[in-house]
Ligand binder design. Structure first.
Ligand code: HEM
Length: 365
């Protein structure tokens, strides 16, 4: 794809695929011509969530929730993220050969989201269970066991909805200093409805869990496969931030999302006709040699570059600062306490081509 033009047409799927860096970034920013409202996954899941809304609906919701997700607002969660990351890395070090996905990459993001949302500690276990069920249902592609999982997903959604309603009615969310408490205060003056609050919570679970899990699991694999880069990071821990960005570029957790053309969309010499489905390949763009020198090399000393792992334009990832903080906390603690990362079993990749991450990764630290 990268050797050809910026866009390729896949006849069998009747799909336009954009892979070049500049073209992907431009397409992500062309939100009027390339709409998200008909779904951004192949299965065209369309729910009342901001990620599948166009302007102006999207703008109002994004404005309402943004204050809780800015870099300064998220900084207050850093001590919790650091403590949990340290705890989970230590647990892994004490269990040679253990699966780092199950023991660290899965629990860290979901626990942090529960905490950031302001779910009281005594409800966090059950919240995590519903979250897992809900997320399963959104992995609609390439799953032969779809009906059963989808059923569980609906059950998770219903339980979460009932729970949030109870919390809203009792005023408990309002008491907390989490993101939901803050949004509930906005709900009181009608800025955001209870239903929107529910769908926003669901979106955070769906958009924030598996993506961060994938960042963490691929980061461990990359570090194991590049011991010289790991050694360099131990000597120069100030490179931790750059290393997480390089990991996001190198193994983009979301490889691509879909759009629907609302009008003819010109790209280079080609025109994507109105009504076409279009796939924006963030993962390919991040390996485009026109943008990145030696793109297939993992190099933590690479000059800062604008990768598109978090997308671009109006839908730019809302949780980017949170995901970064989690990746950095884990890497920092790993470097401080561990001489090297070794994979001591067979890595198992997940089978969803839109998401790059591992199901299973046995490691010894
Ligand atoms: C949007 C990637 C973590 C919440 C996006 C988009 C990408 C992305 C590519 C753009 C979607 C589009 O253009 O259609 C990632 C990656 C993550 C990550 C790679 C982890 C490494 C998170 C976390 C949260 C989150 C932790 C929440 C706590 C969201 C939300 C949107 C979004 C709410 C929609 C924003 C909007 O429509 O305005 N993410 N994400 N993400 N992400 Fe993330």
């Amino acid at each position: 794809l990268l050797a050809g033009g910026p866009v390729a047409y896949n006849k069998r799927r009747d799909l336009y695929v954009i892979s070049h860096y500049e073209a992907v970034r431009e397409a992500a920013r062309a939100d009027t011509a390339l709409s998200s409202a008909e779904g951004i996954t192949r299965a065209r899941v369309r729910l009342p969530m901001m990620i599948t809304m166009d302007r102006p609906r999207h703008t109002r919701l994004r404005r309402a929730v943004l204050p809780g997700f800015t870099k300064p607002a998220l900084q207050r969660w850093n001590p919790t993220i650091d403590a949990l990351a340290a705890d989970l890395v230590d647990g892994l070090r004490a269990a040679p050969g253990a699966d780092m996905v199950g023991r660290l990459a899965v629990p860290l993001p979901v626990r942090i989201i529960a905490h950031v949302l302001g779910i009281p500690p005594e409800h966090q276990d059950v919240f995590r269970t519903w979250s897992d069920w809900i997320v399963e249902g959104f992995q609609l592609e390439l799953r032969p066991d779809l009906p059963m999982r989808f059923g569980r997903s609906v059950r998770g959604l219903l339980r979460l909805s009932a729970y949030l309603q109870r919390q809203l009615d009792s005023g408990r969310l309002l008491e907390g200093d989490g993101v939901l408490g803050r949004l509930q205060r906005d709900t009181a003056d009608g800025t955001i409805s209870a239903e929107e609050l529910f769908w926003f919570t669901t979106l955070l679970l769906v958009a924030g869990n598996e993506t961060t899990t994938n960042l963490l699991s691929t980061m461990f694999l990359t570090l194991a496969e590049h011991p010289e880069q790991y050694g360099l990071l131990r000597e120069r821990p100030e490179l931790v931030t750059a290393a997480v960005e390089e990991q996001l570029r190198f193994s983009s957790p979301i490889q691509g999302f879909y759009r629907t053309a609302t009008t003819d969309y010109q790209i280079g010499d080609a025109v994507i006709p109105a009504r076409s489905r279009v796939l924006l390949l963030f993962g390919a763009a991040n390996r485009d040699p026109r943008q990145f020198t030696d793109p297939d090399v993992f190099d933590v000393t690479r000059p800062p570059s604008q990768h598109v792992a978090f997308g671009s334009g109006i839908h730019l990832c809302l949780g980017a600062h949170l995901a970064r903080a989690e990746g950095q906390a884990v890497l920092r603690h790993l470097l401080e306490t561990t001489g090297r990362v070794e994979v001591t079993g067979r890595p198992v990749w997940n089978t969803n081509s839109a998401l790059r991450g591992l199901h299973h990764l046995p490691v010894t630290l």
